[in-house]
Design a protein. Structure first.
Length: 175
């Protein structure tokens, strides 16, 4: 395992601990990360509580080793995003399972999908003609003001607060 892969593993552990919270005393988290670093052979690189290598500039890593690794090995680890409480508003009308439409279309795979594209769902004429793709910016704007972005939409919510929108968008990207 290369040093970059070991660093990524330790960073992934830190991100997981941060995202999930600690099941015990938070003081144990740095010790757990340090133990993981020792086990993976990167004990010489001090790890802070937020998973960063203390005092280490990532640009100073061995460029030849980075270039030799495939891009997939260098990409940031994906951190699971839990369903936010604010998603309850969405679940009234939308399912998250593919092919399971409710009052609204399934939200499975919505990130990156063109608006009005779920098979076997009867969209409003406004949504069918919207010519949108559901990326972060479009989802944010639509969840803030559905009828302002797609006049004539049948989505019944008046808009969601910023924090709720960001949590929902992060979750939608995992579906």
């Amino acid at each position: 395992m290369s040093q970059i892969e070991r660093f990524a593993a330790v960073s992934a552990l830190a991100l997981t601990l941060a995202a999930c919270g600690s099941s015990g005393d938070d003081a144990d988290a740095p010790a757990a990360m340090e133990e993981a670093a020792v086990e993976d052979g990167v004990a010489d690189a001090p790890v802070s509580t937020d998973g960063d290598v203390a005092g280490e500039d990532m640009a100073a890593t061995d460029d030849a080793a980075v270039e030799a690794e495939p891009a997939a090995a260098r990409s940031a680890p994906v951190v699971a995003v839990a369903e936010p409480d604010s998603f309850a508003t969405c679940k009234v009308c939308h399912a998250i399972e593919p092919g399971q439409n409710g009052i609204g279309p399934s939200l499975a795979g919505v990130a990156g999908r063109p608006a009005g594209a779920v098979a076997n769902f009867s969209y409003s004429p406004a949504m069918r003609g919207a010519n949108l793709t559901w990326d972060d910016a479009t989802l944010d704007a639509y969840l803030a003001d559905p009828s302002g972005i797609v006049p004539g939409t049948t989505m019944a919510i008046p808009g969601l607060p910023e924090a709720d929108r960001q949590a929902i968008i992060a979750y939608l990207k995992t579906l």
